[in-house]
Design a protein around this ligand. Structure first.
Ligand SMILES: NC(=O)c1ccc[n+]([C@@H]2O[C@H](COP(=O)([O-])OP(=O)(O)OC[C@H]3O[C@@H](n4cnc5c(N)ncnc54)[C@H](OP(=O)(O)O)[C@@H]3O)[C@@H](O)[C@H]2O)c1
Length: 258
């Protein structure tokens, strides 16, 4: 029970990677707020997680400052504090080669991934720093390390999250609060199924061709799983993770060798 008595907020926690992290945190004794835009997905997550008072759903969109403020303040209102923030909600839509890219797609991707991470982190730090304890985990991507054709809006946003993380860690390093990124390789979650076909098209591939490409790049020659990400998040969230900050941890089966 590494997280006994801790309170966590997982943005985008009703499905996919965020859900697996939320489940792992509950199993380690934490109380967890899961978030998403859809009430129906939230109700389903609460039903399936079946953790009683230790899991709470807050509906909201991370693409606005007000939305992020409401999530952090809602977590503190529900459980009295926020110890662990997982900036997980993210994605991109409107993929195209740079020559054809439309402004709205880049703007939306930056709001979805980067601005949301900044906003939630800022509000969470205002609760963590006075208490001199906190863990912030940003879900970046292998695309935060590599470039890929056709998906520059996503690659730019994830690289920017890594830079934000390194800089913020230097500011708060002596104050009991760590901030790190996890960079997962490809996992066939909802967003991959929803946006993968368009991303594949922008790369001149079929959807299956895209999945095969991701697997072939990895030393393990397969996609990753949400559980493989959750176990690293649990370590970073724990007391034992206090010596790790400002770093990008790959869970990509050996795709990015740095
Ligand atoms: N899957 C991969 O291959 C992969 C690889 C590397 C990194 N990642 C990153 O991992 C993170 C999670 O991705 P995933 O694959 O687990 O996605 P997913 O299975 O599609 O789950 C997304 C979760 O986020 C919520 N969500 C989406 N947009 C939101 C928003 N604007 N505000 C609040 N909640 C939102 C969804 O609920 P609602 O739809 O109800 O809002 C759902 O709970 C993302 O940052 C993604 O970029 C994914």
């Amino acid at each position: 029970m590494e997280l006994q008595g801790k309170v966590a907020l997982v943005t985008g926690g009703t499905r996919g990677i965020g859900r697996a992290i939320a489940e792992a945190f509950v199993a380690e004794g934490a109380s967890v707020v899961v978030n998403g835009r859809s009430e129906a997905k939230g109700e389903q997550a609460l039903r399936e997680m079946n953790a009683g008072d230790r899991v709470h759903f807050l509906a909201g969109d991370v693409k606005s400052r007000e939305g992020c403020e409401a999530l952090v303040k809602g977590t503190v209102a529900r459980y009295g504090k926020i110890d662990i923030l997982v900036n997980n909600a993210g994605g991109a839509t409107g993929h195209a080669p740079v020559v054809d890219l439309e402004d709205w797609a880049l703007e939306d991707s930056l709001k979805w991934n980067l601005w949301s991470t900044f906003w939630c982190t800022q509000y969470a730090l205002r609760d963590m720093l006075p208490r001199q304890w906190g863990r912030i985990i940003n879900i970046s991507s292998v695309e935060g390390k590599h470039g890929k054709p056709g998906v520059s809006i996503y690659v730019m946003a994830k690289h920017a999250i890594n830079g934000f993380t390194k800089s913020c860690a230097q500011e708060i390093g002596t104050q009991g609060v760590t901030i790190n990124c996890i960079c997962p390789g490809a996992i066939e979650t909802d967003i991959m199924k929803d946006e993968g076909p368009a991303a594949a098209q922008a790369m001149g591939l079929t959807y299956q061709g895209l999945l095969d490409w991701f697997a072939s790049e990895a030393a393990i020659k397969r996609l990753n799983t949400v559980e493989e990400v959750a176990v690293v998040a649990t370590l970073l969230a724990s007391e034992a993770g206090g010596g790790m900050t400002g770093t990008m941890y790959s869970v990509d089966g050996g795709t990015a060798a740095y």
